[in-house]
Design a protein. Sequence first.
Length: 261
Amino acid sequence: MIKELWIVDKQSGTTLLQRGYGQTQTSERLMSGFLQAIYGLYQYAESELASAEGGKGLESINMVGMRWLYEEKKGLIFIAATDKETQLELLLSQLNLIADTFIEKFGSPFEALYGGGLEKWLEGDFSPFLLELDDIVSQWDQMKRVENAAKVMDFLDVVQNVMERFQNFPGFDTLIEGGHLDILGQAFADGNWDMSFLSSIDESDLREKIERIFGHIMEFFISQGLDVITLCRTYLHPYFKTDWTRIKETGLDDLLIQLFI
């Protein structure tokens, strides 16, 4: 998500608007130095990268703690400090929407220059855009949570399908009596998807739990002297074949191959 955003006049370096969404905001002194650096990188990108590759040039800079993005439109540079976990394409789309919305509302230096009132335009009050900006950032943040919840829902649905096939294995009922599947019980409570619960799940922690559960199940069946290879081929492999595309998308393919194939 966006942590901080600046709207800057490209020619003069004037900051027209700034908004922070994190607890720690960048100081004006640091931002001034950063703008000087990004101008140099931008100029290099325009003269070297874009022409050499036939592309747009520099769009993002990855640093240790965050990612810097920028979008240049009609004499304005929209600069965003973001997290590194969110997909780059999603962040660039959000920044592009912010740029289009701002220019639609206030115009641009290019338009002001041709109209003969650039200095007056640069001295204008752009603060009314803050409420609209907050709405855009909030809506995209909510979209990200819904998207994450949908991914977890797919993940859990695959797990649930595997667990249902395990019910055909002799002695499986004894495994669930100890509460090993509490995490699934919460997600599938009353047969309904709890989106707030799903969006709050730590996916890495969930994957570790599922890996331990599946490993425990296989250890149990092996300890019982069962022919687990035949059981997996009979009850699990047919499901894997029919739902393999989604299994790969959820990132469960390596684990299922390792344990059951």
